[in-house]
Write a protein that binds this ligand. Structure first.
Ligand code: NAP
Length: 449
């Protein structure tokens, strides 16, 4: 057995993830020491309540409520408390006292990342955050290291397990949103207050982190366009299925070049429910799993897939970071800072370019299609496909026999070629005001081509 130098590891938080990290650090101490080239001594675990029940049995003497004292003298500080404060203050204190830090805190990095990275740069420390973007899935290191010699063009990520679980069940079972959400809450896939997941806040934080790394630009959370999945209903799901698509909540981080970017490159970062072709690899991401699809100039298409959450799964990513931090600590030298030198402008959603599927209820009269085509063409939105179905006035469902029963309304599903979001939304407003359109049923972006 090699007599390694011991590094002091301070753990802040022993909840879903922290308790698993502590258990694995203790259980695999020898193996981790061999991999890290240093003993990883768990010096203590800071929590709010020492007597709170834990998911795993951990030695009581390791627990403390005094996080500040625990940080002093630590070589590596692992922050798994979550939230902004006091996590931010503790991380900054750890960095300033010479520790390398590991965190899974997406909320903190998406809002205070530049401040934390700057503090680390000042003292030559390193911030590790593999678990902050998609749980167990290695995506931070591939973006930061493996693709450092390439140019990322686009990332499309399913980065929120709760919403993927809900949309997947709606797709597979034809269920309604509210029913699946209630089930997800009962099974522990969704929180009692599901807002952060279903309104896209969690995915937006991850999108900001991924875009910052991929495009070497500090992307503030406010620059991420965000829409949730609460308006997705069974009718939209059924229509998507019939058209060969599935609806997924996607985080799209994209490099824009050419027209509309003012000459140089710019980036667009957005989170919304979008249609994706069933043949696309992201369409096969089921249940609460996550996946990140990366398109890079030289590497081409890459996909990273796996568990985006879960205590022990996330602990795997955290421990990988701890081993990296230990290796760096032993090797010495300054940490590698976050590169934000590209400093690309982040454009508003109006300048994003994508395809759309517009569903309208229209009067079933001659000339209607020509009127609608005119509105679209005036708005610089070009039609790729049109499908029409009549609506049965008795049931409100589409039918092929409704005409005999007196239907005067039809449902039009229009697929567009690529258009600018700004042009599209102005055109949809004009369609909504048009005499021949009864109702704009839905407008969904089509991603993945
Ligand atoms: P959690 O279950 O709520 O655990 C939080 C822990 O932090 C608890 O042990 C709590 O102490 C402790 N804590 C909170 N405030 C504290 C304070 N002021 N002082 C001292 N200790 C404090 O959280 P989690 O689910 O493990 O998540 C931890 C982090 O990992 C978050 O940033 C989260 O976003 C991220 N993450 C989680 C997952 C996941 O699957 N859960 C996946 C990826 C990333 P008590 O136990 O005494 O209450």
């Amino acid at each position: 057995m090699i007599d390694y130098r011991n590094l002091r590891v301070a753990l802040l938080g022993a909840g879903v993830v922290g308790s698993q990290v502590a258990a694995l650090l203790l259980k695999h101490a020898d193996e981790l020491a061999d991999r890290a080239g240093a003993g990883l001594e768990l010096a203590g675990i800071a929590v709010r309540d020492i007597d709170a029940p834990r998911d795993v049995d951990l030695p009581r003497e390791l627990f403390t409520t005094d996080a500040e004292s625990l940080i002093v003298g630590a070589d590596i500080v692992i922050e798994l408390m979550g939230g902004i404060e006091p996590a931010r203050t503790y991380l900054l204190a750890a960095i300033n006292s010479g520790a390398d830090v590991v965190t899974a805190n997406k909320a903190l990095l998406a809002t205070h990342g530049p401040e934390i990275f700057e503090a680390a740069d000042q003292v030559g420390a390193q911030v590790y955050y593999e678990a902050a973007a998609a749980g167990a899935i290695p995506i931070i290191r591939p973006l930061r290291d493996s693709l450092a010699g390439d140019r990322v063009q686009r990332i499309m990520g399913i980065v929120n397990g709760t919403t993927n679980y809900i949309l997947d069940r709606m797709d597979l079972e034809g269920a309604e949103f509210a029913d699946v959400l209630a089930d997800a809450q009962r099974l522990g896939y969704a929180e009692a207050d599901p807002t952060a997941d279903i309104e896209g806040y969690d995915a937006a934080q991850k999108a900001a982190i991924l875009a910052s790394l991929a495009f070497h630009t500090a992307v503030p959370l406010e620059a991420v366009h965000r829409e949730g999945i609460t308006r997705i209903d069974k009718t939209m799901m059924d229509a998507a299925r019939r058209a060969g698509y599935v609806i997924k909540l996607l985080a799209v981080c994209e490099r824009l070049t050419g027209e509309g970017t003012g000459g140089g490159d710019a980036i667009s970062v957005r989170v919304y429910p979008a249609l994706i072709a069933r043949a696309h690899p992201l369409a096969s991401v089921h249940g609460a799993n996550n996946a990140v699809f990366v398109q890079a100039e030289a590497a081409g298409n890459l996909m990273f897939y796996g568990a985006g959450a879960g205590g022990v799964q996330t602990a795997s990513a955290v421990l990988g970071d701890v081993v990296s931090a230990a290796r760096r600590h032993i090797a010495g030298g300054v940490g590698v800072g976050e590169s934000t030198r590209a400093n690309l402008p982040v454009v508003e959603i109006g300048r994003a370019v994508t395809r759309y599927q517009i569903t309208l209820e229209v009067s079933d009269l001659p000339g209607v299609l020509a009127t609608i085509a005119g509105v679209l063409s005036d708005g610089r939105v070009s039609i790729a496909t049109v499908e029409q179905a009549l609506i049965d006035p008795a049931t409100g469902e589409t039918t092929s026999t409704a005409t005999e029963r007196g239907a005067a309304t039809a449902r039009l599903v229009i697929g567009t070629h690529k258009a600018r979001e700004q042009d599209l939304s102005e055109t949809v407003e004009r369609l909504a005001e048009s005499d021949v359109v009864g109702r704009v049923v839905s407008v969904l972006r089509v991603e993945g081509d």
